[in-house]
Design a protein around this ligand. Structure first.
Ligand SMILES: [Zn+2]
Length: 422
């Protein structure tokens, strides 16, 4: 069964986007002076500008700009909204929902027309975007993350209390699994609630109260059990939060489609990922983020060591040809700066065309949606981004203020050339 495609409202009628340099997301060389014809939300033509075609169509002149597919961010946390968790604890449910709606809008306005939320976002948001009652990226959701008790998914403090963010209205239950029975019940419950992917933590992580990135998380046999459960239900991808080399191996051997982070890969594990076609989502935006001014010297030193090891690991994976998808972990750092990840991937060794592919068609493939989105090709939904930045010469400028001039989702203009939002 193909992955479920959450639809978004479609703009009816025909529009010709004329004159831009087209970078179509497949990795093909840019096409100058291109035409993209969109009819009823679907790409009806993409190629050189044609004379006298489709006289009924509205014309958008994009001379001097670049036209790209809408981007796919395969790792976000859109329920992590700006502001102090202690104040959010006092929110009514409506305040929480409207804060997330703001984040959805900022993310799609940044050029991300599809996103995969890997913990925290519940299906009502996905459904509201699909119904057109909220503006945002089309969404795939993990809903909650799976880890053992006391692992990366467990927010409980040693004294039994919960941090403020965990008790905010609308946050999903953490997926704590210690036994086979826990795994079976939790995965089946997540599927019943509407998960599009299952996220496991096969290592510990940063930011959870009682574990460490070096700790063991969900073991290989539980990852394999999840893969079996998913295969019984039409198939959905498993993705694994994994810091250590052993955690990555457990995830890959258990059947995960992708690895989040992967900051300590051995050459043997890189080889294994190549064999299995496992996708790496390095989330460099999070690895390289600025620490808050309040961070202690010890925390800074620990972060500097992680950065160095992580970058080296990702560089070796990229050099070996491990497939990469763009994921940012946005929420851990501010939303709406997602396209910064492309420049960071280029610094880590991807060429700019490959980075764009990782952020478009590569992400769509990982989500199982590449038949419908991810590239500017005839027959696909018209998710488009227009930018004044030169994506091949200065890809790091894509996330600058104002660099994304226009965003189109299913043919519907969400941001136009004059900066008006739809
Ligand atoms: Zn994350």
């Amino acid at each position: 069964m193909p992955a479920r495609l959450p639809l978004t409202p479609v703009a009816e009628g025909a529009t010709r986007y004329l004159g831009a340099t087209l970078v179509d997301g497949t990795g093909a060389a840019p096409l100058p002076a291109a035409e993209v014809l969109v009819r009823d939300g679907v790409i009806a033509y993409a190629g050189p500008v044609r004379a006298d075609a489709d006289a009924d169509a509205r014309v958008v002149d994009l001379d001097g700009a670049h036209l790209l597919p809408g981007f796919v961010d395969a790792h976000v946390h859109l329920a992590m909204v700006p502001g102090a968790p202690e104040e959010q604890r006092a929110w009514f449910p409506e305040e929480a929902v409207l804060a997330v709606a703001e984040v959805l809008r900022a993310t799609v306005h940044a050029g991300v027309t599809t996103a995969r939320d890997l913990d925290g976002l519940t299906p009502g948001y996905r459904n509201a975007v699909a119904a057109g009652t909220a503006v945002g990226p089309r969404l795939h959701l993990a809903i909650a993350m799976l880890s053992p008790t006391g692992g990366h998914a467990d927010p409980q403090l040693p004294n039994g209390s919960l941090p403020a963010w965990a008790v905010r209205p609308g946050m999903p239950e953490p997926g704590l699994v210690d036994t086979d029975e826990d795994v079976i019940r939790t995965v089946r419950a997540l599927l019943r609630t509407g998960a599009d992917a299952i996220k496991v933590a096969t290592s510990g992580g940063v930011g959870s109260p009682t574990d460490d990135p070096g700790d063991v998380g969900v073991p290989e046999r539980h990852v394999r059990l999840i893969a079996e459960l998913l295969a019984e239900r039409g198939g959905r991808p498993i993705t694994a939060h994994a810091h250590t080399d052993a955690a990555v191996r457990a995830a890959v051997l258990g059947g995960a489609a992708s690895i989040e982070h992967g900051y300590d890969l051995s050459d043997a594990t890189i080889e294994l990922m190549l064999e299995r076609g496992t996708v790496l989502v390095p989330t460099l935006s999070t690895l390289l983020r600025e620490l808050p001014a309040s961070a202690t010297p010890a925390r800074r030193a620990q972060r500097a060591a992680l950065r160095q090891r992580g970058l080296d690991s990702v560089r070796r994976a990229i050099a070996a040809g491990v497939p990469v998808a763009v994921g940012t972990d946005a929420g851990v750092h501010p939303h709406g700066r997602n396209l910064r990840e492309l420049g960071l991937l280029v610094e880590a060794g991807l060429d700019p065309l490959a980075a764009i592919r990782a952020g478009t068609l590569g992400g769509a493939e990982l989500l199982g949606l590449d038949a419908s989105i991810g590239s500017v090709e005839t027959g696909k939904l018209a998710d488009l981004v227009v930018t004044d930045a030169h994506p091949l010469d200065a890809i790091d400028r894509l996330a600058d203020d104002g660099a994304v001039r226009m965003v189109v989702q299913s043919g519907r203009v969400l941001v136009d050339l004059d900066g008006r939002v739809g």
